[in-house]
Design a protein around this ligand. Structure first.
Ligand SMILES: Cc1ncc(COP(=O)(O)O)c(C=O)c1O
Length: 427
């Protein structure tokens, strides 16, 4: 079989594919595993009860079930769902959006594949690229470009808040220099809150990115998968933005419906239309189930109330608990630093001057039945070597607190062994 360039690019053994295979193998077997690795949201009992109630309502409501499963949706999304979303964004944030600004996709991952490739690659004015101005950044973007030259990413400035806490900031001087010297940059993209670090760009940083993008005549894409108004897994008090130069991506996944694959792109009309047009070619239509389940909750305000009163407090509590275990298990003798957890499902740990890479640490932890994600995968789009990329791990703090706690204790034990040895293994 002779694969096309597309075939070669999308079947190449990407780091993440390898890791997922490895995780799958690690999961097999009968021993207890501490799964701090994936990005699955928690099963929140109150939310699962709402989904069950909505299914009961749909089944009891005349032929609503048959209309949901036996009809093709339109490529833009279910018209009444899109109208309800636009009304919510107008009421909640005062955004100037109508249905024409919204495109639904089968998950925001698919939305990003379309969006990033609509804006990057060969064009009538030459090659276009996307810049990710703040590494580490979401692993799921890394291999989405049709050409590996499509993405550029920049190292952050690190603010050390105290001995064991840091926060990443955009190095605006580097970004400004890149934009001034590389006319091929076609869009700026950030996740806010950020997967993997739990960072939330400040309002001042977002305003500056907005101004920078506008001055360069390119759109700013903000991935709001964890942000407000739903799922609202965001612990710092910041304001989302949307204007005629911004694309905001949202999702029903982290509110508890990842299985329905419902992504939402809010964008200037030409971009929203382009995403829907590409979606028609790639997907024909979107899955309807998430849209039908959630639409009345958008209209009644229940989804916002649940996000604020159930989802956000649930994750905040779990995040604080996990951070407490980190502090007590790591103590003061290990030179670790936790990224300030301002949102998302993750804790991001940096082990300064660890004698081994975190990929090697990942292997050692796997032998102890603890699964984490080594940080290197989140540093794509640059060839610059940087020790930091091999000294961080991502933990999902959202699952059973006893398991998360035990997993962190095992990590602390293993890391302490590594620091007290030369890194070669035995202590
Ligand atoms: C930052 C971010 N964006 C997008 C996605 C994709 O989510 P989905 O395709 O489920 O909407 C994820 C999933 O983990 C994510 O963390």
């Amino acid at each position: 079989m002779q694969l096309s360039r597309f075939g070669e690019k999308f079947t190449a053994k990407s780091g993440i594919l390898e890791l997922m295979d490895d995780l799958g193998k690690a999961m097999a077997g009968s021993e207890k595993k501490y799964m701090l690795g994936g990005g699955n949201p928690a099963h929140i009992p109150e939310m699962n009860a709402v989904w069950r109630r909505r299914m009961d309502e749909i089944l009891a409501n005349g032929d609503e079930f048959e209309r949901m499963v036996a009809n093709y949706d339109t490529p833009q999304g279910k018209a009444s769902f899109v109208v309800a979303l636009a009304a919510l964004f107008r009421a909640e944030f005062g955004w100037d959006v109508g249905p024409e600004n919204i495109a639904i996709t089968n998950g925001s991952q698919t939305g990003f594949f379309l969006l990033l490739n609509l804006l990057a690659g060969e064009s009538a004015v030459g090659r276009r690229k996307i810049v990710f101005p703040l590494l580490p950044e979401y692993i799921g973007y890394a291999d989405q470009g049709l050409d590996s030259r499509d993405f550029v990413a920049l190292k952050p400035r690190i603010e050390q808040i105290d001995t064991h806490t840091h926060k990443y900031h955009i190095a605006f001087d580097t970004l400004d220099k890149l934009l001034a010297t590389d006319p091929a940059i076609g869009a700026i993209c950030v996740s806010r809150p950020t997967n993997p670090s739990g960072n939330v760009l400040t309002d001042a940083e977002l305003a500056r990115l907005d101004a920078t993008a506008r001055a360069a005549g390119i759109p700013l894409i903000v991935d709001n998968a964890y942000g407000t108004p739903f799922p609202d897994i965001i612990f710092s008090d910041v304001t989302p933005i949307f204007n005629d130069n911004t694309v905001v991506s949202m999702s029903l996944s982290k509110i508890g419906l990842p299985g329905t694959r419902t992504g939402i792109i809010v964008a200037p009309e030409p971009i929203a239309r382009a995403v829907s047009a590409a979606n028609a070619i790639v997907s024909l239509a979107n899955g309807s189930i998430g849209q039908v389940m959630v639409e009345p909750l958008l209209r009644s305000g229940e989804l916002l109330r649940l996000s604020r009163d159930v989802v956000r407090p649930f994750y905040l509590e779990r995040s604080i608990r996990a951070q407490d275990v980190v502090r007590t298990s790591f103590g003061d003798d290990i030179p670790y630093s936790l990224h300030r957890c301002e949102g998302s499902l993750f804790l991001w740990l940096w082990f300064k001057e660890l004698p081994i890479t975190t990929k090697q640490l990942y292997e050692r932890l796997k032998d102890q039945n603890v699964i984490v994600v080594p940080g290197e995968y989140f540093f794509f789009g640059t060839d610059e070597s940087w020790e930091h990329r091999d000294r961080c791990i991502r933990l999902n703090y959202a699952h059973d607190p006893a398991d998360v706690g035990r997993g962190i204790e095992i990590i602390a034990h293993e890391v302490r062994k590594v620091y007290s040895s030369d890194g070669s293994g035995d202590t």
